[in-house]
Design a protein around this ligand. Structure first.
Ligand code: KIV
Length: 282
């Protein structure tokens, strides 16, 4: 088990091997995906939707992110652990953003933070990087502002908007970002960005030409069934398994079949007889 480092991401791009990133929000899931060999564990603000039950990611607070990042930290030994800066934690001023990013590193033990694109974010990202906090960028569909920007569809569909996204990715690279998430952009635009950037691109809904891929683990495992993005591949159906297991437990308890002999602890017969005698005749 060799620890994944920031330098490894760059090496992987140079060598041409694909990077894998998945989300985790607690100790058991972080431990399982880390042990399975994923390169990067992201404590994403998708937390808000797939774990906390919010309608979107915007209500997620720093305190909620830190609570879950600390739990994930305890499960991750090998992968790189990245904390996602929630809405408003990096939008008011660079000074506030650095303070919040530092909490991910100092309190939760994250090795880097991720920021979604907004106008001027490159200066904020630079302030974080200058303060010694590695930063991953995120361009294309940026869920924190998607509703205000016309919804959750594909970004960069026409040449003009693709040029804008390429410019955003280059600006974030220029200030020293370590990698770039490309969300929901056409495959050839993602390929063009991947070709132009020195740092690795990690795609979600952006086709196969990125340097790596990321999915929300709850989508991959079929653990979030309010909706599944069309770009997500479901590798398991844990929701159905959980429903079946729960129904079986309820049936067993109601039928007196759980707990069985193998789940039951007993007292020596003579000791129980003594107990009865000590208790008297009631
Ligand atoms: O919040 C999240 O999980 C993310 C990934 C989907 C990239 O930002």
């Amino acid at each position: 088990m060799t620890k994944v480092t920031l330098a490894d991401l760059q090496d992987r791009k140079a060598r041409g091997g694909k990077l894998t990133m998945l989300t985790a929000y607690d100790y058991p899931m972080a431990k399982l995906i880390d042990e399975a060999g994923v390169d990067i564990v992201l404590v994403g603000d998708s937390l808000g939707m797939v774990v906390l039950g919010y309608e979107s990611t915007t209500p997620v607070t720093m305190e909620e992110m830190l609570h879950h990042a600390k739990a994930a930290r305890r499960g991750v030994k090998r992968a790189l652990l990245i904390g996602d800066m929630p809405f408003l934690s990096f939008r008011s001023s660079a000074v506030e953003a650095v303070k919040h990013a530092a909490r991910f590193v100092q309190e939760a033990g994250c090795e880097a933070v991720k920021v979604e694109w907004k106008q001027g974010i490159e200066d904020t990202a630079k302030a974080m990087i200058d303060a010694g906090i590695p930063v991953m960028g995120h361009v294309g569909l940026t869920p924190q502002t998607a509703a205000a920007e016309g919804g959750f569809g594909l970004r960069g569909k026409d040449a003009a908007s693709a040029v804008r996204i390429i410019g955003q990715a280059l600006a974030l690279q220029e200030v020293g970002c370590l990698a770039m998430v490309l969300e929901c952009i056409p495959d050839l635009v993602a390929q063009e960005i991947t070709r132009r950037l020195r740092i690795p691109t990690i795609g979600i809904g952006s086709g196969p030409f990125c340097d790596g891929q990321v999915l929300v683990t709850n989508d991959l495992l079929g653990l979030f069934d309010r909706f599944t993005p069309t770009f997500a591949k479901r590798y398991a159906d844990l929701s159905t398994m959980i429903r079946h297991a729960t129904a079986a437990y309820i049936r067993d308890v109601q039928a007196g079949q759980f707990p069985g002999k193998e789940h039951t602890r007993t007292m020596a017969v003579e000791e129980f007889a003594k107990l009865k005698s000590d208790l008297g005749s009631e």
